[in-house]
Design a protein around this ligand. Structure first.
Ligand code: SAM
Ligand code: SF4
Length: 382
């Protein structure tokens, strides 16, 4: 581990309670009273507007940064929320303040009849009682996307994030343990051509893997195709063999991009969940601007917990309030036992109450993952 290169830990030391007391102040947050599910405001006054719904733990790729080689224990089908159950919870969340829903997984498109769910959720944009969904989004690896684009768009999908970390087939195959680069690239191009669909591409930046390709990714995706490109810092999850050496921090990503481009900072993304530092890029040589913007999601080296506005619902119906916190609360059990909306609202408030000011530093996460019971990314929903 190279402690001099990276100033970790970045949040306060271990334990959710101690983390709250110190990290809140570090992040400029103050406790403002109990969490209120009405408005989905947590104890630190953060209003939660985005819900990520994982629709499956299954996937047609096996990305090294997301899941262990041997796979993950899958929940029984009967434990996975049905479309009716997802819609009921989504409707409740929207009535409480959620404005953006992102479908994810696993790979959302391996879930059978996914467009039917998109249609049900798309209808939440037309809810009549005042509170309504603004945007329905999806994150996908793109392998199954192309033929479904028209029907997804028609169902109400407003935007799509595709994952693409490399332009080299052998690196793609090494990273994902499957072939598929051409299909993914073709899906990105098709999405970019789809009228009215907002397209972003996520690339996990990893030292020794794709650190030499950051400019080439920007040139193709933001330059040629005009889509938004987001570099994501590599995060530790159960079974992904994370190491600090493989993490390419935001500062190094900016430095690498600056070898070819002038970076014009645009602040935190405004249309999203406030998690990406956005830039406009200009070629140093010609001064030409790239059509698409570039973002950096610096969860590890420059965390954005103070502006976090996300909640997550796992495929098996657990509410999670932080990607990097193993805390979760069961909504499926109560839902199936006949809970009313008011009962479920109380549970959501309890979850918000447990949301810490910031996530634990990498070494604490690694220790808790080593203890067992942590979820791999693929089982959370990214
Ligand atoms: N299968 C879909 C896909 O790959 O886009 C959706 C689910 S995937 C878990 C969602 C996002 O999480 C992807 O963009 C992926 O690159 C990102 N991701 C997975 N593991 C990660 C890690 N260890 N660090 C940073 N991002 C990660
Ligand atoms: Fe599948 Fe997405 Fe995870 Fe890759 S990142 S294994 S595509 S869920």
């Amino acid at each position: 581990m190279n402690a001099s290169r990276l100033p970790l830990p970045l949040a306060a030391p271990a334990g959710p309670q101690r983390l709250d007391a110190q990290a809140a102040a570090q992040l400029g947050l103050t406790v403002q009273g109990p969490a209120r599910a009405q408005g989905l405001v947590d104890r630190f006054g953060r209003a939660h507007k985005t819900l990520r719904i994982s629709v499956t733990e299954r996937c047609n790729l096996r990305c090294r940064y997301c899941m262990p080689e041997e796979g993950v224990p899958l929940h029984a089908r009967s434990d996975v929320l049905s479309f009716e159950e997802i819609e009921r919870l989504a409707r409740l969340f929207v009535s409480l303040g959620i404005r953006r829903i992102r479908l994810t997984g696993g790979e959302p498109l391996v879930r059978k009849e996914l467009p039917l769910l998109a249609r049900r959720l798309g209808a939440l944009k037309r809810m009549s009682d005042g509170a309504r969904l603004d945007e329905l989004l999806m994150t996908t690896n793109g392998l199954l996307l192309e033929p479904l684009l028209p029907v997804l768009r028609e169902a109400g999908l407003d935007g799509i994030n595709l994952s693409l970390d490399t332009l080299r087939p052998e690196v793609f195959e090494r990273l994902t343990r499957r072939p598929g680069l051409d299909q993914t690239l073709s899906a990105v191009r098709a999405a970019a051509r789809t009228p009215g669909l907002r397209v972003k591409v996520n690339a996990v930046a990893m030292r020794g893997v794709n650190d030499g390709e950051l400019c080439a990714l920007a040139a193709l995706l933001a330059g040629e195709l005009g889509v938004e490109l987001r570099y994501i810092e590599y995060m530790p999850f159960d079974g992904n063999h994370w190491s600090e050496d493989a993490l390419l921090p935001a500062e190094e990503i900016r430095r690498e991009l600056a070898t070819r481009y002038r970076l014009e900072p645009l602040g935190l993304d405004q249309d999203g969940a406030g998690t990406a530092q956005m830039f406009a890029l200009r070629e140093r040589d010609s001064g030409a601007a790239l059509r698409g913007q570039v973002g950096i999601i610096s969860s590890m080296s420059e965390p954005f917990c103070a502006s976090c506005s996300r909640l997550r619902l796992t495929a098996d119906g657990q509410l999670r309030w932080c990607l990097l916190d193993e805390g979760e609360l069961d909504l499926r059990g109560p839902l199936r036992a006949g809970a009313t909306d008011s009962d479920l609202t109380g549970l959501v408030a309890l979850g918000l109450e447990r949301k810490a000011a910031g996530h634990a530093p990498a070494e604490t996460l690694l220790v808790s993952q080593a203890r067992g019971g942590a979820r791999a990314m693929i089982r959370i929903g990214g």
